[in-house]
Write a protein that binds this ligand. Structure first.
Ligand code: M6R
Length: 598
C-alpha cells in the first residue's frame, strides 16, 4: 500500500534521503512515486511506474541545497496509476504539496464543494481535496498550521497525511487509522509510514497515535493533540539492524526470508520455553481466564496461522474459532470481559484486522495482538501484545512471519490453557533445525521445474495441515499468477475433484500415520485414479509415497511441528515456479505488503 517519507534536516541532502526512503517503502507495493521539496518555492516531481522512472525524471543537481521534503509511493485506489494521479498533490497556486495514505470517505462531497467554488481538479484521487482545502484557508489569511489542521478536521475516513508549503522548511503531518512514525536523527527529523524507510539514518522513533499531529523542522519535532496541546512523547529504539532489511546476496527478499526461518524461529522461542520446568513464559501476556470463547481475527496468510492457532486451542478443550477479519461483524463479537479476541497480523496495521480488533475492544473483550511490528497500531491498541520477533519481512509474500506466527500461537495456546507438555516444548525447539534440514536438502526446485507449465495447482490437507494447504495455494497464486487452490482433503470429492486433470498437480500434505493421514491417502487415491500427478509432502510415516509421483520430505518427529516444517517445502515450490516464470516475486502485481484500506 502507499508509503510516506518526509525529512526536515540541517544537511542539504533531502533528495537522497527521500529517494532512499521511497526505496525502503517499495516492498509495501506501489504503482507510482513522487517527491516535493520545499523552501522558497515548491518543486514537485512524480511518475507512474517504478522508482527508477521518477529518478530519471528528477533534475537532482538542481536540488542539492534542499534540506526539507516529502515523498510518496502510491498504490492506486481512486483513479488508475498515472503521473497525474501520483502524489504529491498540490493546490492550483502551488503553495502546498500533500501526500496521503488511506481513504478519504467524504472526498466526493468535498470535491463538489470545492468545484462549486471554482477550483479545478487535475487528478482522480481523493487526496487532491486536501491541498485545495488548505489553500482555501490560506486565502482567508489563516496561518499554515491552522489551515492544515482545519483541512484535516474536514476529512473523514483513514489517513496519514504530510504537507509541505512554499516559503518554509516545516512539514506538517497527521494520522488517523493509518500508520505514521517519526525518526529522531542527529541531523534532522524523519517521518514515514514504516521504519524501513529511514532505518539506515536512525533507529530512534516516536510512534504517532491516532488523532495526533506533528510539526517537523530541521531544529525540532513537536507532537500535538487535536486541540493543539503539546503531547509528551517517548522515544523508542528499534532493534532491527539495517542489514536485516537488505537482500544479503539473495536474488529476492522472499528467498532470503524463507532461509531466515530457522533464525527467526529461534528468536521467537528464545527465553519463552523452560524445558526443565515444562513451562511457557510469555512475559507480555498474563494468564487470562478465558471463560468465554477465544476468537481469532486475521487476513490472508495470518488467517491461516489463526486457523492453526484456533485448532490448537480446540484440541486443548477450549472453544476457539478463526474469523476472516473482513467478515467479523457485530454479531460475532463476544459480549463481556471474559472473552478473548486475538488479532494475528504481521504488520499490525491491516485495516480489516484493526477494524475487527477495535470492535472487540469496544465490546469489552480482552484483546491480544500477535504481531511482528513493535509499536504498530495492533500492538498499541490491544490489551496485550505477543511479538513474533521475525525481523523485517520485505517480500510481499509472507513466509518467515507465518512460521513465527505458528510458533508464537503454539506458545500462546499452551499459556492460555496452562496445558504444555515436554513433548510440545521439544517439538518447538526442534523446528528451527528441521527447517534448516529442509532448506539444505529440498528437491522443491526440481518439482517446480517439472510442473511449471501446469494448468493449476491444488493443495490438500486435514487437521493442522488444512491451513497449510490453504497457505500453499495462496503463496502459489500470489507470486506465480497461476490458478491454485487449497482444500480440506475431505472436501475434494464434494466438487473440486471435477477440476482435477493430468495437468493439475495435487500437493498432498500427509504427516503422521493416524486416521487423518489414512483418510487423506484415500483422497490421494481418488486423485491418482484421475491421472493427476501427486506430490506427497510427507514425513514418510504413512504409505502415501506409494501413490505419489514426487515426494517432498518433512523431517522430524511429527506432531505440531510438522505443519510448520511442511509449509517450507511449499514456499520453495512456489518460489521456484515463480522464478522459472520470471515473475516479480518480491512485489507481485496488484498486491501490497501492508493493506491499510478495507
Ligand atoms: O500484516 P498482516 O499479517 O495483517 O497482513 C495480512 C495479509 O494481507 C497478508 O498475510 C497477506 O495475505 C500475505 N502478505 C500474503 O503472502
Amino acid at each position: 500500500m502507499c508509503g510516506i517519507i518526509g525529512y526536515a534536516g540541517s544537511d542539504s541532502d533531502a533528495i537522497d534521503v527521500l529517494l532512499d526512503g521511497l526505496s525502503g517503502l517499495e516492498y509495501r507495493g506501489y504503482d507510482s512515486a513522487g517527491v516535493a521539496l520545499s523552501n522558497q518555492t515548491l518543486h514537485v516531481h512524480k511518475r507512474e511506474g517504478e522508482l527508477s522512472a521518477l529518478e530519471s525524471a528528477l533534475p537532482k543537481s538542481e536540488y542539492e541545497n534542499e534540506s526539507v521534503g516529502i515523498g510518496h509511493t502510491r498504490w492506486s485506489t481512486h483513479g488508475p496509476p498515472s503521473d497525474v494521479n501520483a502524489h504529491p498533490h498540490t493546490d492550483d497556486q502551488n503553495r502546498v504539496a500533500v501526500v496521503h495514505n488511506g481513504i478519504i470517505e467524504n472526498y466526493q462531497s468535498l470535491r463538489d464543494e470545492l468545484t462549486a467554488a471554482g477550483i479545478e481538479f487535475e487528478s482522480d484521487t481523493d487526496t487532491e481535496v486536501v491541498p485545495h482545502l488548505i489553500s482555501t484557508y490560506l486565502a482567508d489569511g489563516i496561518d499554515r498550521e491552522t489551515a492544515f489542521r482545519r483541512a484535516i478536521d474536514r476529512i473523514e475516513g483513514s489517513y496519514a497525511v504530510a504537507a509541505v508549503f512554499e516559503g518554509t522548511n516545516t512539514i506538517y503531518a497527521a494520522r488517523r487509522n493509518s500508520p505514521l512514525v517519526l525518526g529522531i536523527g542527529n541531523d534532522g527529523y524523519y517521518l514515514a509510514s514504516d521504519v524501513p524507510a529511514f532505518i539506515e539514518y536512525t533507529d530512534r522513533v516516536i510512534y504517532l497515535d491516532d488523532g495526533e499531529f506533528a510539526r517537523l523542522s530541521p531544529s525540532e519535532v513537536v507532537v500535538t493533540d487535536a486541540d493543539g496541546t503539546v503531547v509528551e512523547t517517548s522515544i523508542e529504539t528499534i532493534s532491527w539492524d539495517p542489514e536485516d532489511a537488505g537482500k544479503s546476496g539473495y536474488d529476492h527478499y522472499m528467498l532470503k526470508e524463507i532461509n531466515e526461518q530457522p533464525d527467526a524461529l529461534r528468536k521467537c522461542l528464545r527465553g519463552r520455553l523452560d524445558e526443565l520446568e515444562g513451562t511457557v513464559d510469555l512475559e507480555s501476556v498474563p494468564p487470562i481466564q478465558a471463560s468465554g470463547a477465544i476468537q481469532f481475527v486475521a487476513c490472508g496468510t495470518s488467517y491461516h496461522a489463526a486457523m492453526y492457532g484456533a485448532r490448537l486451542l480446540r484440541d486443548r478443550g477450549v472453544s476457539a474459532q478463526a474469523f476472516l477479519a473482513s467478515e467479523y461483524d457485530e454479531e460475532t463479537i463476544p459480549v463481556g470481559g471474559e472473552s478473548v479476541v486475538v488479532g494475528v497480523t504481521q504488520s499490525g496495521e491491516t485495516a480489516d484486522t484493526m477494524r475487527a480488533l477495535r470492535a472487540a475492544n469496544r465490546a469489552g473483550a480482552k484483546t491480544i495482538a500477535v504481531t511482528n511490528v513493535v509499536g504498530s497500531s495492533a500492538a498499541r491498541e490491544c490489551d496485550h501484545v505477543l511479538y513474533i520477533r521475525a525481523g523485517p519481512e520485505i517480500g510481499v509474500a509472507a513466509t518467515k512471519t507465518f512460521a513465527s506466527q505458528q510458533a508464537a500461537l503454539t506458545m500462546l495456546a499452551c499459556q492460555l490453557t496452562e496445558n504444555i507438555s515436554r513433548e510440545t516444548i521439544q517439538a518447538l525447539r526442534d523446528v528451527p533445525d528441521l527447517i534448516q534440514t529442509v532448506l539444505d536438502t529440498s528437491n522443491a526446485r526440481a518439482v517446480a521445474e517439472t510442473y511449471e507449465d501446469a494448468d493449476a495447482y491444488f493443495f490438500i490437507g486435514r487437521g493442522y495441515q488444512y491451513p497449510v494447504a490453504l497457505e500453499g495455494a495462496l503463496k502459489m497464486k500470489e507470486i506465480t499468477y497461476k490458478h491454485a487452490e487449497g482444500f480440506a482433503a475431505g472436501e475434494l470429492k464434494h466438487g473440486p475433484l471435477a477440476l482435477v486433470t493430468e495437468n493439475t498437480p495435487v500437493f498432498a500434505l500427509v504427516t503422521g500415520d493416524d486416521e487423518r493421514a489414512n483418510k487423506t491417502i484415500g483422497n490421494v487415491k481418488e486423485v491418482e485414479a484421475r491421472d493427476a500427478p501427486v506430490v506427497a509432502v510427507t514425513d514418510g510415516r504413512s504409505e502415501v509415497e506409494r501413490y505419489a509421483d514426487h515426494v517432498l520430505e518433512v523431517p522430524g518427529a511429527g506432531g505440531i511441528a510438522s505443519p510448520i516444517v511442511a509449509n517450507v517445502q511449499l514456499q520453495l515450490v512456489s518460489y521456484w515456479v515463480a522464478n522459472r516464470l520470471g515473475r516479480s516475486i518480491d512485489k507481485p502485481r496488484n498486491l501490497a505488503k501492508s493493506v491499510t484500506v478495507e
